[in-house]
Design a protein around this ligand. Sequence first.
Ligand code: NDP
Length: 490
Amino acid sequence: MTTLTFDSLNPATGEVVGTHPKQGPEAVREAVGRAERAAVWWAELAPAERRLRLLDYKAVLTRELRELAALVHAENGKPAGDATLEIATTIAHVDWAARNAEKVLRRRRVPTGFMGVNLAATLEYLPLGVVGVIGPWNYPVFTPMGSIAYALAAGNAVVFKPSELTPGVGVRLAELFAESVPEEPVFQTVTGLGETGAALASDPRVGKVAFTGSTATAKRVMAACAENLTPIVAECGGKDAFIVDADADLPAAADACLWGAMSNAGQTCTGVERVYVVDAVYEPFMRELSERAARVKAGEHYGPITMPGQLDVIRRHIDDATKSGKVVTGGPGSVRPPYVDPVIVEDVPEDSPAVREETFGPTVTVRRTRDAREALELANASAYGLAGTVFARDRRRAMELARLMRTGMTAVNSIISFAGVPALPFGGVGDSGFGRIHGADGLREFARAKAISRRRFALPGMNLTSFARTGDELERLIRIVTFLHGRRKR
Ligand code: NDP
């Protein structure tokens, strides 16, 4: 007999945090049907009214910050302080999406050009209807809300399938939204395992799917979406690089590197997994890094590994790295389930799993490079391309390295700082996925561009789109086009 419910467990203690229904295809279909109707109501509200509701939701989330942080701590395992930081950053995004949606999406006139001299042209961004959001467990508030808040602000209804590891957080996010929008189920959460997400992705009434998770699952979700030509935003994993140039502030770089690699037990899609340090500062940087790492402990500074199965991947990468490279901090003994203490290994071959595959654990590999150019080449030699970091004092040099990094985001002299800037789009290239959440791009991601051209008056002697067009009119067209575009610039 199939079980109709599943438990979410505290990854540190194994205790049951909550029991939730496994919502099958029928329940998902019903939720999407309700969302379809709610979407019409929500889209018809004046933008100012939607903004008010979303700002109210922001206030509700803020009021519930401590309670929500406790739930994130219980289901994901991260310290309550880190959960608080996650929710505070999310609140800033909800605020930005609410305040900027109208400005970014509203109707505007665009230039018509010569062919449209008698036209008025307008562009606006209209809602897609129902957006299906499939979320992960590592940042169970911040990550899905990067899609949910922007999709709602763009006038869509949302059906959210949270990870089976953090369903309680997902349910709470929708419950709190209903306090601000009680009239219609504009934001619903459906709980269950992979098949619940699959049912959502394959529902033809879903206008877009926003997926966050592994690259392998993204491909499966995309295949399901292909059946209905449903577009998808895919936020997948990363193997982010951290470059330390010769003039970097080394204590600041080491501090940022350690936090970027180990916080949230390394379970951050934009976490530091590979470090490239130029030869000139290699030894002093490594001293700074290893001294700090010695003081960081799993269970104290960060929580357990949330998904038990991930321990096998982490163990495999550590075993492989420590065989081929030189241990700086920790080693195979650092894995003491459900915790993993910090592991730093240097000189691990670039083609080994610990350097190529996403580890999603508190481990990092470090390599000495001739110069920043070589560091950049190695950083870019990855199938992933989500984000990265550059530490260098020379601003022009740092910006150049950041721009040449083949990623969607780069932080300079700071760590993961782009995630806290709501105006900046978030997303990757290559195996890290495509599409953008956050910022104006994130709002447009959940909207369809609507173009309208309206004739204002008839052009005498230029009736070109008619079977009554004359040879003289065509001649006139050729003369004008030649005048406007016929001169070569070289
Ligand atoms: P998955 O990719 O397996 O799951 C992500 C989400 O997709 C979950 O809600 C999951 O539900 C759902 N899902 C699973 N199968 C399907 C399906 N066939 N159709 C639709 N939805 C589905 O990620 P995991 O949570 O298992 O994490 C594994 C790896 O993913 C990590 O090692 C890491 O590499 C990467 N990851 C990346 C993240 C990022 O932010 N970029 C975040 C989290 C993980 P359910 O949980 O119920 O299976």
